[in-house]
Design a protein around this ligand. Structure first.
Ligand code: NI
Length: 375
């Protein structure tokens, strides 16, 4: 069974699976890649497909991510998810379909000394799929890397090919505020972790407004507060959970130091102790200038791409950053939205499928320009 681009995307859309569970997804991809390249299973549920010389002068990596999200789809589309509580709500179905169909159109006879490796990478959504694929050799012999994310914040026809950082590094930060519980009527006998949490929440706002350089984008957001369960009891403990995002690793280190300083100050003033757990999910995704210039040239050759943004950034994260830390490369955000488009990770998320052929053609054009310049 062969699939056209839209058909393959819709078939993948119906069977979303979480990170490292992409078994049905991989089976469908293998079926649509039948007879193409040299295929290898990688990173538990991923695939690499190698094209061209096995001892090339240079190798270009094209990457698509595979996982869905734990979301119940509410689009009502005829090809909506058939898996309860699972949804391709970020567009990874589009990434896979565009790359798989591009693989089918790749003409190996034009590659010369250049080899191309397609990487279908599992578990992008915070579970370390890129890192595992790298550990298992996905980047061996790779000289440059290219990846795409469809992007509903941009209209079809617009592509972001940003200088430097395009997507942010993502940190999860947890604060455990240990006080001393007691009777709500006798606060002087207790050390109140709730008041300390309130002070900490407000004080953290100054990290962005007063500590970070205004020209360096930083976000500090708290997404969860947990403490107590009775109206007249001061609890022992409060817990806050949040995220920190920045484009520059050096800025992230400064923010971490400022956050720890603020927490220590609040702890001292409130006679509590505050533990700060700083957990990095992904590093920033930073484009290489030379590879970016190849992609710029490629984008200019794709019919339907009419606007290229070179300064667009988003505070969302992406584990392609792990790949770009090791090999020079470029990540492109390909507009798939427009008026009224739902944001990524919404249960009503849907892309404009016009973007699919642009993604496919951009992969192929990047191969062409890379071969011309580096082959
Ligand atoms: Ni995504």
């Amino acid at each position: 069974m062969s699939h056209d681009l839209i058909g393959l995307r819709r078939a993948l859309h119906q069977i979303p699976e979480l990170g490292f569970e992409e078994e049905e997804t991989r089976a469908l991809l293998i079926e649509s890649l039948r007879g193409l390249g040299r295929q290898r299973l990688i990173a538990r549920t991923g695939i690499t497909v190698d094209f061209g010389s096995s001892e090339p002068a240079r190798r270009l990596l094209l990457r698509a991510d595979m996982d869905g999200l734990p979301i119940q789809e509410e689009t009502g589309l005829p090809y909506a998810s058939t898996h309860p509580e699972r949804m391709h709500a970020c567009g990874h179905d589009a990434h896979m379909a565009a790359l798989a169909v591009a693989c089918g159109r790749l003409d190996e006879s034009t590659l010369g000394d250049v080899a191309v490796r397609a990487l279908f990478q599992p578990a992008e959504e915070g579970q370390g799929g890129a890192r595992l694929a790298i550990e298992e050799g996905a980047l061996e012999g790779v000289d440059a890397a290219f990846g795409i994310h469809v992007w509903n914040e941009l209209p079809v026809g617009t592509v972001a090919l940003t200088r430097g950082g395009i997507m942010a590094g993502v940190v999860e930060v947890e604060f455990v505020i240990q006080g001393r519980g007691g009777h709500g009527a006798l606060p002087h006998r207790a050390a109140d972790p709730i008041v300390a949490a309130a002070q900490l929440i407000l004080a953290l706002q100054t990290v962005v407004s007063r500590n970070a350089d205004p020209s360096d984008p930083v976000v500090v957001t708290l997404g969860a507060i947990q403490a107590g369960d009775a109206f007249n009891v001061i609890p022992d403990q409060a817990r806050l959970l949040g995220t920190v995002r920045a484009f520059d690793p050096a800025v992230e280190v400064e923010v971490e130091m400022a956050v720890r300083r603020v927490a220590a100050g609040v702890a001292q003033a409130s006679e509590t102790s505050i533990e700060v757990h700083w957990k990095r999910y992904t590093i920033p995704t930073v484009n290489d200038d030379e590879v970016r210039s190849i992609v710029l040239e490629a984008a200019s050759r794709v019919e339907g791409i009419d606007t290229v943004l070179e300064d667009y950034r988003t505070m969302a994260g992406e584990d392609f950053g792990e790949i770009l830390e090791r090999v020079p490369g470029c990540f492109a955000l390909v507009g798939s939205g427009g008026e009224g488009a739902e944001p990524h990770h919404s249960p009503r998320f849907e892309i404009d499928e016009e973007a699919l052929s642009l993604c496919r053609d951009l992969h192929l054009a990047v191969v062409d320009v890379y071969v011309e310049r580096r082959g």
